[in-house]
Design a protein. Structure first.
Length: 244
């Protein structure tokens, strides 16, 4: 029997918006969402997370877009899991391709997985992003790339109830070139084989819109979305509604 997986919709606001603009977005979009039996999580920049969290009036949760690699200590500029827990924030996005693949940032597979494991072992939940570039896809390396990105996580995580995987092909992010439902389903099914537990949710991310959300969520191995651009506007309401 197929495991029942609660659907999950994340809104990744990335490095956008003044605080006033983000608070407007809470009013006009986030607080308009009505749902149960779904997880909906939005991720503003870290500096805004507290006022955003306070402005949210419904069951939408917040996520950080990154976290430091250690607990409290002499790590100038880092944000530790203790800071996050102290403010009752439960989620963190890790391994986004904009952190893996931006040359000036270049977070390594091990570094990302180690941060994820530290966060999980300290009670946080992680949205762990993986995905191939267009060159890797054309060279038929997608599966190998995804395995390499997942392996250090799979080797170390014990509590998988705190992990959501987001499959985000780099070529689909912010480009308008959404993966076809068939392609995404095939990759999701392959990712699922690499995971120890059928109940782990696998999200699709990359140019999800109000127009393609329904057909994508109809695929048996797509358990929700990580949405970038469309989470900054009213379209996010339609995307969440498509997942109900
Ligand atoms: P996009 O971004 O929806 O704008 O393509 C997705 C993401 O980067 O998580």
């Amino acid at each position: 029997m197929q495991a029942q997986r609660k659907r999950f919709i994340g809104g990744n606001w990335k490095s956008n918006n003044t605080l006033a603009k983000s608070l407007e977005l809470v009013d006009s979009v986030v607080n308009k969402l009505e749902f149960d039996n779904l997880d909906v999580v939005v991720s503003p920049v870290s500096l805004h997370i507290v006022p955003i969290q306070q402005a949210i009036k419904n069951n939408v949760q917040v996520a950080l877009q990154n976290i430091g690699h250690k607990g409290f200590g002499a790590f100038t500029g880092e944000l530790s899991f203790e800071h996050v827990k102290d403010l009752k924030i439960n989620w963190v996005i890790l391994g986004h391709s904009e952190r893996r693949r931006t040359p000036e940032i270049s977070e390594s597979e091990e570094f990302i997985a180690n941060k994820a494991v530290l966060a999980i072992n300290n009670g946080l939940s992680v949205i762990f992003c993986i995905g191939e570039t267009i060159q890797e896809m054309e060279a038929k390396e997608t599966q190998a790339v995804l395995e390499k990105q997942l392996k250090p996580l799979v080797d170390q995580v014990k509590d998988w109830s705190k992990v959501v995987i987001a499959y985000e092909p780099v070529w689909a992010i912010g480009t308008g070139k959404t993966a076809t439902p068939e392609y995404a389903e095939e990759i999701h099914a392959n990712i699922r084989k690499l995971l120890p537990d059928q109940s782990i949710r696998i999200l699709y991310g990359g140019s999800v819109t109000k127009d393609n959300a329904a057909v994508l969520i109809g695929q048996p191995n797509i358990d929700g979305f990580l949405v970038g651009g469309a989470s900054l506007k009213e379209d996010f309401i339609h995307i969440v509604n498509a997942c109900k």
